[in-house]
Design a protein around this ligand. Structure first.
Ligand code: A2P
Length: 334
């Protein structure tokens, strides 16, 4: 039952978390291949008690590989996923390359695990903001029909990769030392700042690509083309956990006690809702945690019918938003 596993993008922010998650969950591994660009050849990465050398990614890298976890960006996925599949591997792809293709399942294991059965060699891992939002609201979605989701994200630097996390650190130091702020990776200074998500804007609609991913992926994962979702995605000055303010417009009146109870039977979400001491989920506390945390669950102040709800969610972008979700998909394959 042990598998030969490859990690494409092993030296990246998500790649490093693949190693941690595979080790922590004791994923049955016969052999582990670490792949990155030629720049990383010579590096070794720690896995359990061994140090594994990083190899240069090539089309031939996938001989004997059974599961290939890709997280090196969408152009690398487009170039190499087909070779991996043709050599017999199942690809779990963290990029946006194949998410909307009809024969590629897009899976959050707690929500639509049965979709993996339809794969033809590639299974896509959803966008991090989509995963965190859907985990946060899925028990409510199961209880009551949702007409509309309005969501604002507060996204960490980690979503732009390891180099962006490093740049945020350098920017913070430079800012405090009154030095010029380096902006090689990120388009604008992020330290002590925030800006509209750095993906490109579709001029006609005014939505950026991150927002469009959230819209399209949500419909695909829920198999619900009619759900109306409107995101505003913002990059903020945090390292690795994304936060989201979510408003749900329901078809029927909600009951918050019933909602809170419904999360007890749903793994992967913790309720942290302590209004009496003003204590709710925070990126610093959720960083490094597997679960998505939710709080500030409340009825709309002015909606007497209780058909509008608000909540606040925080999830580690590198874990449930990326590496953990992908490894959970791999576990479903076992
Ligand atoms: P490398 O470290 O050798 O550049 P992040 O998302 O944190 O930016 O990480 C991106 C990952 O994708 C890194 O592991 C990086 O490897 C890898 N990568 C980037 N470009 C290539 C490439 N041309 N071939 C293989 N891996 C690549």
């Amino acid at each position: 039952m042990s598998k030969v596993v490859a990690i494409v993008g092993a030296t990246g922010a998500v790649g490093q978390e693949f190693l941690n998650v595979l080790e922590k969950r004791n994923f049955p591994i016969k052999d582990l291949k670490l792949l990155a660009s030629s720049r990383s050849v010579g590096k070794k990465l720690k896995f359990k008690d061994t140090e594994i050398p990083v190899e240069e990614l090539k089309e031939s890298s996938f001989h004997n590989v059974e599961i290939a976890l890709f997280s090196a960006g969408s152009s690398i996925s487009k170039t190499y996923a087909a070779s991996a599949v043709s050599l017999g591997a199942i690809v779990i792809d963290n990029s946006s390359a194949f998410r909307m293709e009809e024969d590629v399942p897009l899976v959050v294991p707690e929500i639509n695990p049965e979709d993996i059965k339809t794969h033809k060699g590639i299974i896509a891992n959803p966008n991090c903001s989509t995963i965190i939002m859907l985990m946060a609201i899925y028990p409510i979605y199961k209880l009551y029909p949702i007409k509309k989701i309005i969501v604002s994200t507060y996204q960490a630097a980690s979503g732009a990769g390891a180099a962006a996390m490093k740049e945020l650190e350098l920017q913070a130091r430079a800012f405090l030392n009154n030095e010029p702020i380096p902006t090689k990776v990120l388009p604008y200074p992020l330290a002590f700042n925030l800006f509209s998500h750095n993906s490109s804007i579709d001029i006609e609609s005014g939505y950026n690509q991150e927002e469009i991913k959230m819209i399209k992926e949500t419909k695909k994962i829920l198999h619900n083309p009619n759900i109306h979702i409107s995101p505003t995605c913002i990059r903020v000055s945090t390292f690795r956990a994304h936060a989201e303010s979510i408003t749900l417009e329901l078809e029927v009146s909600a009951n918050i006690e019933e909602i809170k109870n419904s999360y007890k039977n749903f793994s992967g979400v913790q309720i942290l809702d302590r209004p009496e001491i003003n204590y709710f989920p925070m990126p610093l506390e959720v960083s490094g945690k597997d679960d998505v945390y939710i709080g500030r669950i409340r009825y709309d102040y002015e909606d007497k019918e209780k058909k509008v709800l608000h909540l606040f969610a925080v999830g580690d972008q590198l874990l449930k938003g990326a590496a953990l979700n992908a490894v959970q998909i791999a576990e479903l394959l076992l």
